[in-house]
Design a protein around this ligand. Structure first.
Ligand code: SAM
Ligand code: SF4
Length: 346
């Protein structure tokens, strides 16, 4: 079956028709986890003692560039680098620079999701490479709570990173995971902080991925509940704003800023899914919430001719499922998906 069709959205620079999955969804967005390693150990994401991949199993930056370029040739227009922590991968700016060269001739946008710890050093170079918007993950504004939730993180460094990024001209969206009993009462302050500095804020429900020490059913805070409590203090107006992601946005009348909600468990966001996820070993996950995956590394390494790689990508896309199966297994307290979020990068 040929899975090409014209994507409905227009692209300035990419003449390639987008790949279309069996459910008619155009796939224009690739998320790439460039490393599974991280300098934090957020309690909802990782166990304290994680075993990471041996370095020899990782694709080189040149291989990652070749894979990303194959996806661009197949109609991908937006690439997000993530991880683990993307900015801890050695020489990562080399990949950013290479991909940045394709912005405007294939790629519409190159972006990154980071914990902010290394942002102060890299912000200016990110901008110079063509990155314009970034996501910074931040779950609290309290330095002690920050240390508790990240286990190893330094709040002051992240704030320095945010300052440097704004100074460099990068637009920032803050992402906060909503955690019951941890930050639910802090969201109003985070909202004022973000909007006061011209940043959007998105809150995310915890997803049951990977074994961690905590009990996920204790962490889970339905965003419908959070929204209801925010509505007691703020006027939230539904707006049509789209960033090509699963967030639903409201405008907060009192601050004038945008607040996004990502609700994988209470609201199924699969119908409009436009993305696939590549890991640092060359495994392609067609869905964040499913285990099925395709090995692209073999095709990549078999020959320098990209034909085999393109065929492997086409075959993988035929297997993109209709939706995820996230449910928290309350009886066995097991994660719905065994791999950690740091493998695919969220
Ligand atoms: N290290 C980078 C960071 O924290 O931004 C990028 C990778 S991290 C896995 C990407 C996003 O996934 C972060 O915003 C993080 O808060 C979120 N995340 C991690 N584990 C999660 C989980 N189990 N449920 C929901 N979001 C999660
Ligand atoms: Fe690291 Fe990001 Fe996971 Fe936190 S959420 S442990 S910063 S990968």
């Amino acid at each position: 079956m040929t899975l090409f069709a014209r994507d409905l959205s227009s692209s300035e620079g990419n003449p390639s028709p987008a790949m279309v999955d069996p459910f008619g969804r155009a796939l224009t967005y690739l998320r790439v986890s460039v490393t599974d390693r991280c300098d934090f150990r957020c309690t909802y994401c990782m166990a304290e003692n994680m075993t990471f991949l041996p370095k020899k199993d990782l694709l080189t930056l040149e291989e990652l560039d070749r894979l990303c370029s194959a996806f661009i040739a197949k109609g991908v227009r937006k690439i997000r680098l993530t991880g683990g922590e993307p900015l801890v991968r050695k020489n990562i700016m080399h990949l950013v620079r290479q991909l940045g060269k394709q912005i405007g001739s294939g790629l519409d946008e190159l972006t990154i999701t980071t914990n902010g710890s290394q942002l102060a050093r890299h912000a200016k170079e990110l901008y110079d490479c063509g990155v314009r918007r970034i996501n910074v993950s931040l779950d609290t504004l309290d330095p002690e709570k920050f240390r508790k939730i990240t286990r190893w993180g330094d709040f002051a460094k992240v704030m320095e990173g945010i300052d440097a990024a704004q100074k460099a001209g990068l637009k920032i969206k803050l992402n906060a995971v909503a955690l019951k009993g941890f930050n639910e009462t802090e969201i109003p302050d985070m909202l004022r902080f973000a909007h006061g500095r011209g940043m959007d804020l998105t809150v995310i429900e915890t997803m049951p991925m990977g074994e961690i020490e905590e009990d996920r059913t204790d962490q889970y805070l339905p965003l419908s509940q959070l929204r209801a409590s925010l509505e007691r203090q703020f006027t939230l107006e539904d707006i049509d704003y789209q960033t090509g992601g699963p967030a639903r946005y409201v405008r907060v009348a009192e601050t004038g800023g945008r607040l996004g909600f990502i609700t994988p468990l209470t609201h199924n966001f699969c119908e409009s899914c436009n993305r696939v996820r590549l890991t640092c070993t060359g495994t392609l996950y067609m869905c964040l919430g499913q285990n099925d995956a395709a090995d692209l590394r073999s095709a990549l390494r078999a020959t320098e001719d990209d034909g085999l790689l393109h065929a492997a990508i086409d075959e993988a896309i035929t297997r993109k499922p209709k939706g995820h199966d996230f449910i928290i297994d309350r009886t066995h307290k097991r994660p719905a998906v065994a791999r950690h979020m740091s493998v695919t990068g969220g």
